[in-house]
Design a protein. Structure first.
Length: 364
């Protein structure tokens, strides 16, 4: 397959065509379309049951068979658009499918002004989601771990440190040349500055918690997952968005960080489970059975999952560390055969089970 006939090249051509049509509009029409596109994007991202938007009164588009741009009037009766409504409210369904269906109808209209307007609204809504709804991050480079496809390990901190922040979230440094001039405020610890969006980094490369609590770490993970969801919403609405350079930069930056931090959170919680087992064993409160819920990060679904397995059946059985070792090994054997996992997720889960096994293994 030649480069010009590949699916990616076709999407890039389509993206450039939509961009050219938008740029051909007058400034006032561009601003109007952007305002309507924000309504569409907000309805998609906030999962609203209904959305309203308006087509512009005039649009610049090429005249069929002539290939020359001209100003066209959008029929007044077609300008006001409403999708979704009471049916979605009763069924608790969002307006996503309705918006896609309506934009498809508009773009397939025999009226050139209507079809062009529909295409522009789709393009501008997707652009708004990628360019305006998501913060831009640092320039980063990740490498992939062994046998993994997605790069998740930051290579280096390549940007200079900032001097604008507050002491509460900074490393304070004072060199000899700056004595008496106060402290240099660096906004994020070095481990965080290696990632695309340091403000959402909760763990360093050693698994140390960098924020105040697990809840805060979970909130950071939720923010990153929402970031990815918005990117996916944009490319789902307009598949040609994958040809946009900023889309690719943001996707690369956040995906590596999300998976890295998701796995780190799962490992941290596993360590907390180990501590809890040890504490309860010392207190003698594990003699009536033990079932574990082990968290892991699924890098296909891009969210935290859990696996449950029994260590000690219910009843009066004295806790012995070897029971945890045996249960962890049995669970690992099951997961080795589980076809639901991709290679990297399975590797991550098996590593957690090995952590559990090693924590309670007592050589004879």
């Amino acid at each position: 397959m030649t480069e010009t006939s590949s699916p990616t090249s076709h999407l890039r051509i389509e993206f450039q065509e939509k961009q050219a049509v938008f740029n051909a509009q007058t400034a006032i029409v561009q601003r109007f379309i952007e305002a309507q596109a924000r309504n569409i994007a907000d309805a998609l991202i906030e999962h609203r049951p209904q959305a309203r938007f308006t087509l512009p009164d005039r649009i610049v588009s090429e005249i069929p068979k002539i290939d020359q741009p001209a100003s066209m009037t959008v029929p007044p009766e077609s300008r006001e658009q409403t999708v979704g409504g009471m049916r979605n409210r009763f069924s608790r369904k969002d307006v996503k499918d309705d918006i896609r269906h309506r934009l498809n109808e508009l773009e397939q209209s025999p009226d050139r002004a209507i079809s062009t307007s529909g295409g522009l609204l789709r393009y501008t809504a997707a652009m708004h989601m990628v360019h305006n709804m998501l913060p831009a991050g640092r320039t980063v480079t990740y490498r992939a771990d062994e046998d993994e496809d997605v790069p998740t390990i930051p290579v280096a901190d390549m940007e200079p440190e900032s001097a604008i922040t507050q002491a509460s979230d900074a490393i304070a440094e004072e060199g000899k040349a700056d004595e008496g001039r106060g402290t240099l405020q660096v906004p994020f610890v070095p481990a965080a500055r290696r990632f695309y969006l340091p403000q959402w980094v909760a763990f360093d490369d050693k698994g140390k918690l960098l924020v105040g609590s697990i809840k805060e770490a979970e909130a950071h993970l939720a923010s990153m997952q929402r970031y990815v969801e918005i990117l996916h919403a944009a490319s789902s609405l307009a598949p040609y968005m994958i040809a946009d350079d900023e889309y690719q930069q943001k996707r690369y930056g956040i995906l590596g960080q999300l998976i890295n931090q998701g796995r780190a959170l799962a490992r941290y919680k596993t360590q907390e489970i180990i501590k809890t087992i040890n504490e309860r064993a010392r207190a003698g409160s594990l003699n009536r059975g033990l079932t574990l819920t082990l968290p892991y990060y699924d890098d296909q679904a891009l969210h935290m999952e859990e696996t449950n397995f029994e260590v000690i059946p219910a009843g009066r059985i004295m806790f012995v560390p070897a029971f945890v070792v045996r249960a962890a090994r049995e669970e690992a054997a099951k997961r080795l055969q589980d076809t639901r996992f991709n290679t990297s997720t399975r590797k991550h889960l098996l590593a957690e089970l090995k952590m559990l096994e090693d924590a309670f293994y007592q050589p004879s």
